[in-house]
Ligand binder design. Structure first.
Ligand code: 5GP
Length: 202
């Protein structure tokens, strides 16, 4: 069985990664979302083990020392990280895995796993990103200002990624991500082989 594909998706705060990911998971039933661990408190409606594994800063630091994370980063004053063990287990089962993580985390994944495919999700314009961040309504003025300043810096990082997708419409962006995944799975260099022919035994 071939290894699953590891897909890393990043983009500036407010670009709509969550919504696009949810739609992508609906249209790609063979794709699984990695559940991150975080020290940020749960938002209303968020569920343990579904949205995140919520934990304390001291436990998180212990896990960093034990090298239990494939990547981790501090984002807006809280720790976020991807536990390594479930990633390896899922990929070994041949299941494709989606990591929705920040830019610093994506850098670490690319360094450790060069077979990962990385995709940068960008807003159609700066004005639209600002509207989306303002419209969330869940944060105070200072938090919004910080997110906007961070987004401006984060946009610079798109060059480091394999693919760039513009999120003008959720349906279109999710379809574009699905097409990238499909194409990557068809790559001969990733192990795609014709079935039922002797050519399989190289
Ligand atoms: P939020 O608190 O809004 O759920 O997420 C804040 C930011 O943390 C987002 O940019 C999200 O992509 C990022 N993030 C979520 N999980 C992880 C993770 O496991 N690792 C890293 N590096 N960033 C993460």
């Amino acid at each position: 069985m071939s290894q699953g594909l590891l897909v890393v998706l990043s983009g500036p705060s407010g670009v709509g990664k969550g919504t696009v990911c949810r739609r992508l998971l609906e249209i790609c039933p063979r794709l699984k979302l990695s559940i991150s661990m975080t020290t940020r408190p749960p938002r209303s409606g968020e569920r343990e083990g579904v949205d995140y594994y919520f934990t304390s800063a001291s436990r998180f630091q212990e896990l960093i020392r034990a090298d239990a994370f494939l990547e981790w980063a501090e984002v807006y004053g809280h720790y976020y990280g991807t536990p390594t063990e479930p990633v390896n287990r899922v990929l070994d089962q041949g299941v494709n895995l989606l990591l929705e993580i920040d830019i610093a985390g994506a850098r670490q994944v690319r360094q450790r796993l060069e077979q990962a495919v990385s995709i940068f999700l960008a807003p159609p314009s700066r004005e639209i990103l600002q509207e989306r961040i303002n419209g969330r309504g869940s944060e105070d003025a200072e938090a919004i200002r910080r997110r906007l300043a961070a987004a401006r810096r984060e946009m610079e990082a798109y060059r480091e990624y394999d693919y760039l997708v513009i999120n003008d419409r959720v349906e279109k962006a999710a379809a574009c991500l699905a097409a990238i995944i499909k194409a990557e799975k068809c790559k001969i260099s990733r192990g795609a082989r014709p079935t039922g022919w002797e050519v399989n035994r190289v």
